[in-house]
Design a protein around this ligand. Sequence first.
Ligand code: GLY
Ligand code: MN
Ligand code: MN
Length: 427
Amino acid sequence: MPEARRPLETPNIKAPIQGNDEGIPTPHGDIGAEVYRKRRQRLMEQMGSGVAVIYAADSIGAGKRQNSDFYYLTGLAYEAGAVLVLAPEHPQYQEQLFLRTLEVEDNRWHGIRPMLGRAVELGTGIARVSRTANMPILLNRTILQCKSRELVYLGDFATYNRPVSKELQLYRDIQSRILNCSIRDEHKILPRMRSLHDQDEIKLMQHAIDASVSAYKAAMHAVKPGMNERELMHVFERTLHENGCNSFAYEPIVGSGPNNWVLHYTANNRTMNAGEMVLCDVGGEYQMYAADLTRTFPVDGKFTPRQREIHDVVQEAWQTTVDMCKPGMTWVELNDAARRVIDKAGFADEYYHSLGHFLGLDVHDVGLDTEHLQPGQVLTIEPGVYIASENIGVRTEDDILITDTGCKVLSKDLPRSASEIEAFMAR
Ligand code: GLY
Ligand code: MN
Ligand code: MN
């Protein structure tokens, strides 16, 4: 499903603060600088030696947001062009932050950015803060002063038809200039760390999910025959905004009738009719964390017998797999279980995507999906059945926290089964 984030359009909501009152870049939101410092420490312990470079996003705004690894390690949400350099074995320069050069005219386009100084260092918890213009020389010096001469690659590997990542390209450029410099692959450290959410993160995710649950409830009550999908989308949008979200976590899907079975339908502009269902896949983003929920409900409040039959199959696949969610389980086992239920019901060719994914800062979040599930991970469970010849499609998606003993459905307050949905819509 699409991942570009679109800011909510509803007016009268304050833009996110960029830094504190003095315009100094500080971690934004409820997670403090100390947490970001501890994350960097934990990452460096696992790196052991070498130098790692993590780029922020090139540009931020207009649907583009901070690179999630960079945000996870710094809490800086609005520092386009910044770079974090970590060097655990260096005696003085373990952490260096490079911020984009200050250009006076740039302020007119993007707001005032601060001069460098002690306040910036305190705000970020990083002692060495400098401008990106100084990065080439300081990075060279750091590498030469680290005995290992290793460049540690923390990013994911792109397929051959995608651009080489900025970090890897930089490492190669450095290698062609500094002798005996090797590149070490540590692409699993950050996905492993990021997928094990602590209580502070779970709180933010729960907020995003609760706001999304409220938005669904408002939408289920607002929907009626003759309404346009876009109007319904605006009900979601408004409710998410009222509940503290700044943006959708991904491009929302509001697809009625023949749009039920179009997995990536985002036009959201058809008039809905009685007798049809609308499949909504909508989630809010709160302090950079995503919710990701799907419900399929009847436009006139009542499922037809055939719609209910299909909804019930999806519900059974959902319940079967959620019942299995616990530490030690694998994605393969979960996927197989959902498929067994749907195949047995006679819809083998009508379910053509996988069961779910990790959720966190990104809607399709990082995580090692070949390893066993662990407490602290949050996943989506989202089975579906799509019958194009009947213009019917159903998907149900919830956000599930793996706990020490099993799991917790973070979106449990949203009506799910066909009967629950009908009863809720009748209220
Ligand atoms: N909304 C994206 C997904 O369900 O994966
Ligand atoms: Mn999903
Ligand atoms: Mn979804």
